[in-house]
Design a protein. Sequence first.
Length: 566
Amino acid sequence: MFLRIKPAGKYQYVEIVETYRDPETKISRTHVIEKIGRLDKILEEDPEIIEKLKKRIEKLNQDAEEKRNIDRRKSVEQFLSEGKKREISGYPVRNYGYVVYKHIWDEMKMDSILGKEQQQNSKSNYDLAKITFLLTISRLLNPASKLRTYQERGNYLGQNFELDLNQIYRTLDLLSNGKDEIEKSMDRRIQKRYGRELDVAFYDVTTYAFQSVEADSLKRFGYSKDQKVNEVQIVMGLFIDNNGIPMGYELFPGNTSDFSTLKTALNQLKEKYKIKKIIITADRGLNSKNNLKIIKDMGFGYIMAYKIRGASAGVKKAVLSPDDYLFINDQFKYKTYPYRNCIKDGKEVQILDENLIITWSDDRQKKDAADRKRLLEKAVKLAESPARYHAELKKGGKKYLTAAVSGMDLEVNYAQAEFDAQFDGYYAIETSETLLDPADVIQKYKGLWKIEESFRVMKSELEARPCFVWTESRIRGHFVICFIALVIQRILEYLLSEHGCNASTAKIIAAIRSAEVMVYSENSKLIFLKRENELLYDEIIQTLGLKPLFSYNEKNDIRRILALHI
């Protein structure tokens, strides 16, 4: 079961759904368990409702998994004699689907990369690569604390993780120290094995909160993108390539602004990968005159979102003028507006010759109108309750309120709302690449969803937060694991998409998680009974050239088909 936010008309609705296999067609389908309601309304009633629903679904899934374990034991009993039934209470279940990730791990030569790192930074007698592999596949298939990962290390068929818990924590220290070299080695291998498109790099910033109020040099209080108040956090800046595969990341103290991360991240990008020319694509949260100057001074280009409502009168006039627009259809049009950006640096003035690609879409117009209507409704409520006005955040309904000096006499500013309505549907992109076709600029900018989704995957499927380690070195090591896991997952998705399979991250992970066997002994011989896996898993292994497992397997079958030593 999972939470689904489904668009319907101009609203979004929240449902609890589950996937199941149609017994006749064998096709995977979804079934709505419960309709929760309209997203905006339930959030207004309870801002924490989404987190509460996720916890509820987690409990339902745990209960369902326990029931499935019981059913698994029952299904295997048909293979056993009546006398043996009375002797055996249950059978261990092992995941073998992780061989999909192991296939990519081996293609990336991660054992070699991590082996070199261990030789350079430690004389320890444990296997850094093997422990990192355990942490990586656990982060992908069963994200949990390091303690729980250690306790459940036996869940993977054919993997004998002989280690103690302290070795896991020491591994995080080593990964923290070796982060930059690991990233560079992984990048070289990606370019050699899969190719990497480096004409465009997408960059964005997010925050990861800790369930703590203890600040230090890395964990600081700051603006949380997840609305986590009264918790310390760290800031991450992430680069991905045009295929959606991460290139590198940097961690910053939790009070670092988005603007100030870019220079450090770009310096690291240029130093590590020796890139001479690349177009940095980012949202308007990173668009400042100083950042544009930094990008140009490094020899890079940029494609950035541009805030029309904060633009000069000349730009606003160009936006609203019907001249020069190229109509793609009734729902979309765009035009190019040559723009000279003046940047003052002390007494010096630098001129950046740019293009603004001004777009209008019917979908955005509807969204802008709906958003403004919602804000006006909120402004009316705030005007009727000054006490709520003072408790409200600076954004939201306050945008359309004017207040007396005392702040007690409030009026709804309908004139401002009417002025804003002129710009409904319009959006602008600012670029240094004046020779690039405007349609290409728009297309490249649209690729930003890939990095936004990467952050979502890190926070949801990989559960990068909450982080259950507290020292700076181990926090950094934890995010190295998350980065490796994300790279492997994205490579898998890239390979699948090249073969026409565009399943979501959640569905891919669920399919790999479904590939399990039950293990029992029959006449002193180990037998491995294959559980019915999701159909997507069969498509995944076929794409990668891996072999399917039989329903009934012996040791030699596991060794021959999965290349696992039992």
